[in-house]
Design a protein around this ligand. Sequence first.
Ligand code: PEP
Length: 254
Amino acid sequence: MRTPFVVGNWKLHKTVAEATALVTELKNQLGAVKGVDVGVAPVFTSLWPVARRLEGSSIALAAQNCFYEEKGAWTGEVAPSLLADAGCTWVIIGHSERRQHFGETDDTVARRVKAALAAGLGVIACVGETDAQRDAGATFAVVDQHLAGALAHVDAAASARVVIAYEPVWAIGTGRTATPAQAQEVHAHIRTRLRERLGAAAGDAMRIQYGGSVKPGNAEALMSQEDIDGALVGGASLEAADFVAIVKAARPKT
Ligand code: PEP
């Protein structure tokens, strides 16, 4: 049985006051929801106040990135243990916006995943192809390469704390969503790779989220696919009503 996991990636949005107000609404509206794990990923400056507001709630707190060193002369970076100290239990690693704008590579993703797991955090590792890569027929090759980085230091035991987010770059923030069939095709491919690499039991137990313009109107069709175990939601996670509707569209997978 895989419990779906729906996470809101707030990106570079919301002041501390706005973030705590949104999470208060989510806490109120999602308190009774069962059978789905929920998380939010605010900007770094809101992590601690949101963590305090989430006390007593099952909504998990995630960071949007972390560094791979624990301490030292690394101006501007944040260590995984400091994220845990601020109340995070998850961290998103290798988001395409990090790869595209901040020079992240499969190697730095691998190091970040290793450091995050060592600090006790769960990891949401993002993989996915660009438009041009899809048009060139390279979707599976790109996903395989991203997976190799994300899983470089992950064994079957650690895999219980790792979630893969398939996020086709062409669908992120564009309003263009992969069709449920397109998404399922790649998720099934990822599932095969997870089973090959980590063994059938661990591969079957791992959750694979879909991300890319998930909205209340398409969430159920996407998340009802066999290998789609929840969603990583950007734009639609900024409004409580939309995010709550997406969370309520998720069903456990047997
Ligand atoms: C994301 O940022 O991970 C994402 C999927 O964004 P959006 O839902 O806005 O496409």
